[in-house]
Ligand binder design. Structure first.
Ligand code: ARG
Length: 458
C-alpha cells in the first residue's frame, strides 16, 4: 500500500527519518473530505470532457465515495510513507479499483490540489466561525437590551471619566465584532476562486473545463494565473489577520471581564460554569475562561507572523516550504472557534451588578464635565469652568461628598454663576442623556443602536 506514487525516477528508498520529517499526513488528514470532494468534481469533469471515459469517471467517483466512508468509520489506515492526504487517498483508490484509479490525477498536480483543499476546508470553517461570531454579537446585544438603564462609570486611563450606559459599553464590542465579521466576509469572497487547473505551475495540456468545476464546487470563478495560483497563500494570511484582530478584541473584553469580576470592581459575576476554584484558597473563583482567551491571542498573532514569514522571499511557484502553512492555519481556526463559542455562552450568562455599577459612577466624580459644560452655558469660558470644577471636586474629596450631594451654596463658593438648576445637570441620568447625538451614550441613542444591531443581525 505504501509504494511511492512518484517512485519511477528513484533507485534508492527514502531515508526513514526523511520520510517522517517531510510528511504532512499527521496534520493534513483533517482535509480528507475536501480532498475527496475536489477529486470527485475533477474526475467527473474529466469524464464530461472525454479526457477519460464516463465509465472510468464513475468507477473513480464510486471508489472515492467508499474511501470517504472508510475514513469516517475510522477504518482507513493513514500511511506516513505516502506523505500526505492527497497521496494516501490516491494510493488507496488505485488499491481498490486498480489501474483506472491512476487516471484521476490526469491534468492535475498536488500543487493545485492542495491549494483547492485548503480553500474548500477554510471556506467551510469560515462559515461556521461566522455563525459563532454572530452568536457572540447577539449575546452582547441582548446584554445591551437588558441594561439600557444601567449606568456605569466610563473610563479613560482606567480612571473614572464620564458616566455611560452599560448597554453602550456592550455595543462598543458589538461594533468591533461587526467589523471583524466584515473582514471575515471579505476574506471569504476574495478566496472563493477555483485554483484547480493550474497544474504544477503552468496549467495543463488537457482540455479541462475549469468553469464547470468551479460552479460544481461553489466557487465564484476561476483563478487567472497558474503561477500565482499554486504559490498564493494570501487567503490563509488574510484569514489569520482577521483572526488576530478578532483575538485582540476578545482579549480586551477578557481583560475587562477579569477586572470587573474582581472584588475590587465587583461589576459583574460570571457563571460558575466558566470559572474554576483554587486548590489552596477556598474563597477564590477565578475567571479562567477570559484569562485563557486573553492568553490565546498570543498564539494567534504568532500564527499570522509564521505565515507571513513563511511566504516572504519564496520564489515562484510552489515550494515545499508551503507545507508549513497548515499547522498555523489549523491552530488559528481551532483557537478562534473555541474562543468564540465559549464567549458567546459566557456573555449570555453573565450577571450584571447594576447597583454596584451605579455606585461606582456616582462616587467617581463622573459628572464633573457636566458641571463644567453647565458653567459654559452660563457664559463662562471652558478653561475657567475647568478650573472652577477642579476646585469643586477637591472640595468634595476633602468633605467626603459626591458632586450631586452639594448644595447650591456650596457650588457658589466656586462660581456665583451656578444656580439652582445645577441639580438638573449633575445626576447620572442627566449626564448620560445629554449625549444624544448618534453614537453617544444617551438612552435614546443607545436604544436606537440596539434596534439597528438587531436589524443587522437579521
Ligand atoms: N503536502 C504538500 C503540501 O502540503 C502537498 C503539495 C506537495 N507538492 C509537491 N510538489 N511536493 O504543500
Amino acid at each position: 500500500m505504501s509504494k511511492k506514487l512518484w517512485g519511477g525516477r528513484f533507485t534508492q528508498p527514502t531515508d526513514k527519518f526523511v520520510e517522517e520529517f517531510t510528511a504532512s499526513i499527521d496534520f493534513d488528514q483533517r482535509m480528507y473530505r475536501y480532498d475527496i470532494q475536489g477529486s470527485i468534481a475533477h474526475a467527473t469533469m474529466l469524464g464530461r470532457q472525454n479526457i477519460i471515459t464516463e465509465q472510468e469517471a464513475e468507477q473513480i467517483c464510486a471508489g472515492l465515495s467508499e474511501i470517504l466512508d472508510e475514513i469516517e468509520a475510522g477504518q482507513f489506515e493513514f500511511s506516513l510513507a505516502l506523505e500526505d492526504i492527497h497521496m494516501n487517498i490516491e494510493a488507496r483508490l488505485i488499491e481498490k479499483i486498480g489501474s483506472v484509479g491512476g487516471k484521476l490525477h490526469t491534468g492535475r498536480s498536488r500543487n493545485d490540489q492542495v491549494a483547492l483543499d485548503i480553500r474548500l476546508y477554510l471556506r467551510d470553517e469560515i462559515d461556521s466561525i461566522a455563525v459563532w461570531l454572530e452568536q457572540l454579537q447577539r449575546a452582547l446585544v441582548q446584554q445591551a437590551q437588558d441594561n439600557l438603564d444601567t449606568v456605569m462609570p466610563g473610563f479613560t486611563h482606567l480612571q473614572t471619566a464620564q458616566p455611560v450606559l452599560f448597554a453602550h459599553h456592550m455595543l462598543a464590542y458589538y461594533q468591533m465584532f461587526l467589523r471583524d465579521a466584515g473582514r471575515l466576509a471579505d476574506c471569504r469572497k476574495r478566496m472563493n476562486q477555483l485554483p484547480l487547473g493550474a497544474g504544477a505551475l503552468a496549467g495543463t495540456t488537457f482540455p479541462i473545463d475549469r468553469e464547470w468545476v468551479a460552479e460544481t464546487l461553489g466557487f465564484d470563478g476561476v483563478t487567472r494565473n497558474s503561477l500565482d495560483t499554486v504559490s498564493d497563500r494570501d487567503f490563509a494570511i488574510e484569514f489569520c489577520a482577521f483572526a488576530a484582530t478578532l483575538m485582540m478584541h476578545l482579549s480586551r473584553l477578557s481583560e475587562e471581564l477579569v477586572l470587573w469580576s474582581s472584588a475590587e470592581f465587583d461589576f459583574i459575576e460570571l457563571s460558575d460554569a466558566f470559572c474554576t476554584g483554587s486548590s489552596i484558597m477556598p474563597q477564590k473563583k477565578n475567571p479562567d475562561v477570559p484569562e485563557l482567551v486573553r492568553g490565546k491571542s498570543g498564539r494567534v498573532y504568532g500564527n499570522l507572523v509564521s505565515l507571513l514569514t513563511l511566504m516572504k522571499s519564496l520564489p515562484l511557484a510552489y515550494n515545499k516550504d508551503m507545507q508549513e502553512d497548515k499547522e498555523p492555519l489549523f491552530d488559528t481556526i481551532d483557537t478562534v472557534k473555541g474562543s468564540l463559542k465559549i464567549f458567546a455562552d459566557m456573555i449570555a450568562e453573565m450577571t450584571v451588578k447594576a447597583d454596584n455599577l451605579r455606585h461606582a459612577a456616582a462616587h467617581g466624580f463622573s459628572t464633573a464635565t457636566d458641571v463644567a459644560d453647565y458653567c459654559v452655558t452660563k457664559g463662562i469660558p471652558f478653561r475657567d469652568a475647568h478650573e472652577i470644577v477642579g476646585k469643586t471636586v477637591r472640595y468634595c474629596i476633602e468633605n467626603g461628598k459626591s458632586i450631586d450631594e452639594l448644595t447650591v451654596e456650596e457650588f457658589q463658593q466656586f462660581s456665583p454663576a451656578i444656580e439652582d438648576d445645577i441639580h438638573d445637570f449633575v445626576t447620572l441620568e442627566a449626564s448620560v442623556n445629554a449625549r444624544s447625538a448618534t453614537g453617544g451614550t444617551a438612552r435614546s441613542a443607545v436604544a436606537a443602536e440596539v434596534v439597528r444591531a438587531l436589524q443587522e443581525l437579521d
